[in-house]
Design a protein around this ligand. Structure first.
Ligand code: FCB
Length: 456
């Protein structure tokens, strides 16, 4: 494991010149969180519209109907990104803008919107990184069972086919899925995200179909896109056992089997980890012949979304694996209570490299939530977020120096946005949004990223 001296940030703050000249510097966003225009140009209901309309599901009772109105204001947002010095931008495509029924044709207005969006990125020197699924499943598919149904894999492939045919002449980089763990477990076991189900067996079946849809999309994207670069973005945490006791150590290993290996093992041709399959027992997914081979389709990169480490305690009878994730104690946290641990990023990347050698890795999300306020002088002094970025980039520099092939970094997020079950109460942007006026305002962290990227 890597030990990264985070104090080195102070002695030697990260500089863009510490990274390769062709390193990608981006910001990431997702469709439902920023676009708004919920009813426009033929967009149909998504599972997040339905979930957000259910009382008690989103903390401030809000939804993504207007969000940052990015659907209309994207030129301004991309100008800001260009002026910040970004050379890449990660966005996602809202499936409900493209298909309104199972058997229908793709919606021309939806396709046109993303075509304009991509042109807007290219005009500003932003390399487009398209995520095909960032949680906004069309509700009509959920009504038929959603990702728990195998037919949703076929529906996804039709969507992928339509998008890659339309954008493949300009978009080379494709991310099949954002954080399958969250799609499956937070949405279908914990019930905290759409569709809000609480069934472990369903969650594992969802997970299997999401991974299968990823694997089947890989050759399809390659067929439609010249020189395609295809990958998947996983949310991963370095794990720490709560104590040296044999019970906590074993609990940590159990959690690791589901949280880390359940994804990375099958993606790398090793199937689901045997001990975890055993532990989940009757909740194991239905797997058809050929599925595991499809999931292991060779990809071009791995996307890593990193926010914080997890500490695991043995908790007999709790959850499917008798483990508990402990809240952080006596450590620095963000406003969401997430531990700030830049060394965890280095540790995680070094581990993935030594376990799987996945090829090029990209940090497709990393960022922090703080209670930002606009000061009387009109400035947002989010010094903690600037420090967060600097410390994580310093950790990244160290791990790259040790030979781990990380080729790009996307900060989450370009703009404040709809933070899922937290609604608009949580701000992650480098750009502040005043939701009453839709005014954009570069935070100090955005200014820091700009001076870092421009090497000022
Ligand atoms: C990730 C999600 C992203 C955002 C950040 C804070 O899990 O992919 O949409 O909500 O967390």
């Amino acid at each position: 494991m890597t030990t990264t001296n985070i104090n080195s940030t102070r002695q030697h703050p990260p500089a863009r010149s510490d990274f390769a000249p062709d390193f990608l510097w981006g910001c990431a966003t997702s469709s439902y969180q920023i676009e708004g225009a919920g009813q426009e140009d033929g967009r149909v209901e998504s599972i997040w519209d339905r979930f957000a309309a259910t009382p008690g599901k989103v903390r401030d009772g809000s939804n993504g109907a207007v969000a940052c109105d990015h659907y209309h204001r994207w030129p301004e947002d991309f100008d800001i990104g260009r002026d910040m010095g970004l050379n890449a931008y990660r966005f996602s495509i809202a499936w409900p803008r493209i298909f309104s029924s199972v058997d229908g044709q793709p919606n021309g207005k939806g396709l046109d919107f993303y075509s304009r969006l991509v042109d807007g990125m290219l005009e500003r020197g932003l390399q487009p990184w398209a995520t095909l699924y960032h949680w906004d499943l069309p509700q009509f598919l959920q009504d038929r069972g959603g990702w728990a149904e195998r037919a949703t894999v076929d529906a996804y492939l039709r969507f992928v086919d339509a998008m890659t045919r339309r954008l493949g002449d300009r978009v080379q980089h494709w991310i099949t899925h954002n954080e399958p763990w969250c799609t499956a477990m937070i949405g279908n076991y914990e019930g905290l995200h759409a569709p809000g189900l609480k069934d472990f067996k369903t969650a594992l079946q969802v997970c299997h179909h999401v991974l299968l849809s990823h694997g089947k999309a890989v050759p399809l994207i390659r067929a439609n896109v010249p020189d395609a670069r295809v990958g998947i973005s996983l949310s991963l945490h370095p794990l720490r056992a709560a104590s040296d006791s044999a019970r906590d150590q074993a609990a940590s290993l159990r959690h690791d089997g589901l949280r880390y290996r359940w994804f990375l093992d099958p993606l790398h041709g090793r199937g689901y980890p045997a001990a975890t399959l055993d532990a989940v027992g009757a909740a194991a997914p239905v797997i058809e012949p050929g599925d595991m081979e499809a999931i292991a389709a060779k990809t071009d990169f791995l996307g890593v979304n990193y926010y914080f480490p997890e500490t695991i305690e043995d908790a007999p009878g709790e959850g499917p694996l008798s483990v508990r994730v402990l809240p952080p104690k006596d450590v620095e946290t963000t406003a969401l209570g997430w531990e700030v641990a830049p060394e965890g990023l280095a540790e995680l990347l070094a581990r993935i490299e030594s376990d799987y050698h996945p090829g090029p890795m990209y940090i497709t999300e990393n960022g922090a939530c703080y209670d930002d306020v606009v000061g009387p002088d009109g400035e947002v002094r989010d010094e903690a977020r600037s420090r967060y970025l600097q410390r994580h980039l310093a950790a990244l520099r160290e791990v790259i120096a040790e030979g781990v092939p990380v080729k790009g970094y996307f900060a989450w997020s370009l703009v404040d946005n709809f933070e899922w079950a937290e609604g608009y109460l949580r701000r992650f942007g480098l750009v502040h949004i005043d939701y009453a006026t839709q005014e954009r305002r570069l935070k100090d962290s955005g200014k820091w990223y700009r001076s870092f990227l421009r090497q000022e």
